[in-house]
Design a protein. Structure first.
Ligand code: HEM
Lengths: 308, 459
């Protein structure tokens, strides 16, 4: 009798392939703006995300071990939450054009996570706590929200620098009939009116001001989640190790990221800093998140090392 | 003379004023505050990258000498307790408090006054059927239904309605900043009044917490280890550590208690945690075949050295090996005790001669007729204790921080200016403009949604 593939592996393959194909479809949509591509890509994103949550649930049901306490489970939740948070934004603000990038990054993280699948292991004693069960999803969801903010920041920067390049070519005059998406990009607006294909395409992205607000909104999801994540981590450390704060590299790296994003929130209250500089700051913030999430585990060992 | 004195007083006061003003301006300035936050973040990150609390040699081994020297001189080897770090936090707190009083508290939505609707970036003009009074009623009802507080004001014959949303939420920033101060207060309370420490107690022995004088006797320690086959081989996962202790407090009454990982016991506010475990070792030491009882009665802890009497030799009990891999003769990864041994390092005149793996009851000769034999392992339990009176404050601060963030990000104070004018043909014109405490762009989507709902609900 052939060996049946376990349900969680089937779901994982389904999720990975949905993300990979969805990423491709939505990247094509990013350039072509064909409605059917958007609908197809969105369906794949939703299907992949649902398959991922089902996979985590199936793994838990089968093993009775909370599936998020190793790098495999954690990266898997990171991919699922990134896509889930993006889906929320995409439905609310019609942002499917950016979905290809989010899905591609999610697929890469998920594929990397799969390489860390060590099979089923119970958690070490200090991880056998209900705090662990909520701390990890919160922190990972915060990372996911920051990933979404990172994608919006990059789009902001791409559009901003495109505007700068076009402005160098000729002195722009604000075209009164320019599309709203180009109202704060006069050089692109002028070029779009004279039929420039690239500039016309940029009109399909939200305005710079709106992209900046999207970055802010994604960080407004991430920062409270990270705060709650750090608080639940502290509560857990208080219970497991006797001190809510131990200056462990992982918690310290999370604190550094938290400080960076708190600084972002303040920068964003200033007109002069909003937009270009705050977007770069958000990129920097995400670099610090990746360092905190993976870098610390790879280069620095401590209480939070995922290795067993 | 008196005049000169008072002139000097006034000048002094003026200078002081300007110094105070300058302080307020600098510390209340947001980019300055952000620079301090960035400095705090940077120092925090340095502590992640540079391993903390190592011996000086470790830095010289890991970095080029000038960098290692700089790390040690700048106290970056213990950065979180360094003057830099504490000063950066103190400056952040001062800056935040200053900004709270100079910027956050005075901050308001613009006053109720007539505005040039078309000059505000978020504006819309609608034409609605009905006379101005009834249209105004319907528009106001629309906003009330959506949770806005509507006020009407008459400015010399021109009537305006103002629809406010979440005006109370301006307090969010205040709550955030207050929360940070409360967390800082909780931490300071621990520094001032709290204590913590650790102790390792061998089975059958006792230790005292110096600050509380409570005596902890370890009756028994047990642990469970589960071997698991993973894709990369066998892994031995500890699944539980439990210490059975008898605690004698000031009242002198011994009380049996159980300390488990994640389940500390509370000794009148001082919490005792299960932290680690390890193995002490009893050795038999003989000289020319005769035992030396004074040395045999003691249990040595890992890392402890024993000086051999009358010689320049010493033996260090490096570590306990629960099981030897008989195939290789090396320590095995299996932490269960099936074939135990110890690693001993022998030194002469302070320099190590070599390390050997010695099975229990086997022995090694140390020269000059001395021989050492590991005879019995004794498990010990590692405890951490901590009294932290700041915890409730930190917890309240953390809760407030979260509430403040949610208020700041999800309840945006916004004000709509509404003016209704008579139009033609039984219609009125409605001019709408909106502003928020965080500019216009952040409200753009909601504003357009509001306008389109208004258009369909108040046709
Ligand atoms: C260097 C110290 C700080 C200074 C000078 C400072 C100053 C300010 C000021 C002036 C505002 C109001 C900005 C505006 O609406 O125009 C503000 C907002 C805020 N502050 Fe601070 N603050 C500091 C530290 C912190 C810290 C450590 C936190 C912790 C999370 C924090 C949380 C917030 C939040 C959440 C807002 C609201 C931001 C928004 O709604 O976009 N602040 N801060």
């Amino acid at each position: 009798m052939p060996h049946a593939m376990p349900l969680d592996e089937v779901l994982m393959i389904l999720a990975l392939s949905s993300y990979a194909v969805g990423a491709l479809v939505l990247v094509v949509y990013f350039f072509s703006r064909e409605d059917w591509l958007r609908n197809f890509g969105a369906t794949l994103a939703v299907a992949g995300c649902a398959a991922q949550f089902a996979q985590l649930a199936a793994r838990y049901a089968e093993t009775h071990v909370w599936p998020l306490l190793n790098l495999y489970g954690s990266l898997s939740l990171f991919a699922a939450m990134s896509v889930a948070i993006f889906i929320g934004f995409a439905f609310r603000y019609r942002l499917w054009f950016a979905g290809g990038f989010v899905l591609a990054i999610a697929a890469i993280f998920l594929a990397y996570g799969v390489t860390w699948n060590e099979g089923v292991m119970p958690a070490v004693p200090s991880l056998q706590s209900y705090w662990a069960k909520i701390h990890v999803p919160l922190v990972v969801s915060a990372y996911a929200a920051f990933l979404v903010s990172f994608v919006f920041s990059v789009l902001y920067l791409v559009k901003y620098y495109a505007e700068r390049r076009y402005a160098r070519r000729d002195v722009p005059s604000v075209a009164p009939s320019a599309p709203a998406a180009l109202r704060d990009a006069p050089a692109l607006a002028a070029a779009a009116q004279s039929g420039d294909a690239v500039a016309t395409w940029f009109a399909t992205l939200p305005s710079l001001a709106q992209l900046d607000i999207l970055v802010y909104r994604a960080i407004a999801v991430g920062l409270p989640l990270l705060t709650l994540g750090v608080i639940t981590g502290a509560a857990w450390a208080h219970e497991a190790w006797g001190a809510y704060w131990q200056w462990d590299p992982k918690e310290t790296a999370a604190l550094a990221s938290w400080i960076l994003y708190a600084a972002y929130m303040h920068l964003h209250t200033r007109n002069a800093w909003r937009g270009l500089r705050s977007s770069w700051w958000s990129v920097l913030g995400f670099v610090s998140i990746i360092f905190c999430y993976l870098g610390v585990n790879i280069w620095i060992s401590g209480l939070h090392s995922y290795k067993v | 003379m008196a005049r000169a004195q008072s002139l000097r007083d006034v000048t002094l006061r003026l200078n002081q004023d300007s110094l105070w003003q300058r302080f307020l301006r600098t510390f209340g300035n947001v980019p300055f505050g952000v620079s301090l936050l960035a400095l705090w973040g940077l120092l925090t990150l340095i502590g992640v990258v540079v391993a903390q609390g190592q011996a000086p040699d470790a830095y010289f081994a890991g970095y080029p000498a000038p960098i290692a020297r700089a790390i040690l001189r700048m106290n970056f080897d213990d950065i979180y307790h360094s003057v830099w770090y504490l000063a950066s936090i103190a400056l952040v707190l001062v800056s935040m408090t200053t900004a709270t009083f100079t910027k956050v508290i005075p901050r308001r939505l613009p006053p109720y006054r007539p505005v040039k609707v078309d000059a505000i970036p978020l504006h819309a003009n609608l034409t609605v059927k009905g006379d101005p009074a009834s249209v105004r009623e319907r528009v106001e009802a629309f906003f009330v239904k959506r949770g806005f507080t509507v006020r009407r004001r008459d400015f010399e014959g021109s009537e305006w309605s103002f629809a406010d949303r979440f005006n109370w939420a301006r307090i969010g920033v205040l709550v955030n900043h207050l929360a940070i101060l409360i967390i800082a207060a909780g931490t300071i309370l621990y520094w001032a009044r709290g204590f913590s420490g650790q102790t390792a107690i061998l089975t059958g022995e006792a230790a005292q917490i110096p600050q509380t004088h409570d005596i902890i006797h370890l009756d028994a320690f047990s642990y469970a280890i589960q071997p698991i086959i993973t894709k990369s081989g066998m892994v031995y996962q500890p699944i539980d550590y439990v210490s059975r202790v008898t605690v004698t407090r000031r009242d002198g009454v011994p009380t049996p208690m159980v300390v488990r990982v994640n389940h500390p016991i509370d000794l009148d506010g001082t919490l005792l945690y299960q932290a680690s475990y390890g193995f002490g070792m009893r050795f038999a030491l003989t000289h020319d075949g005769k035992s030396v009882p004074a040395l045999t009665d003691r249990t040595m802890m890992e890392g402890e050295a024993l000086q051999i009497p009358g010689t320049s030799r010493s033996v260090v009990y490096e570590r306990f090996v629960p099981t030897i891999d008989r195939r290789t003769g090396m320590p095995s990864a299996d932490p269960r005790i099936t074939d135990p041994a110890v690693v001993l390092t022998v030194a002469d005149a302070g320099s190590a001669i070599g390390s050997v793996l010695v099975p229990l009851h086997a022995g090694i000769d140390l020269g000059n007729g001395w021989r050492i034999v590991p005879v019995r392992d004794v498990v010990y339990s590692g405890f951490q204790y901590r009294y932290d009176p700041g915890v409730p404050l930190v917890a309240v601060g953390a809760g407030l921080l979260l509430v403040g963030l949610v208020i700041s990000f999800y309840f945006l104070p916004a004000r709509l200016f509404v003016r209704v004018d008579p139009g033609t043909g039984g219609f009125s014109t409605v001019g709408l403009a909106a502003t928020t405490v965080k500019g216009y762009d952040i409200f753009e989507t909601q504003f357009h949604e509001l306008v389109s709902h208004l258009e369909s609900e108040v046709p």
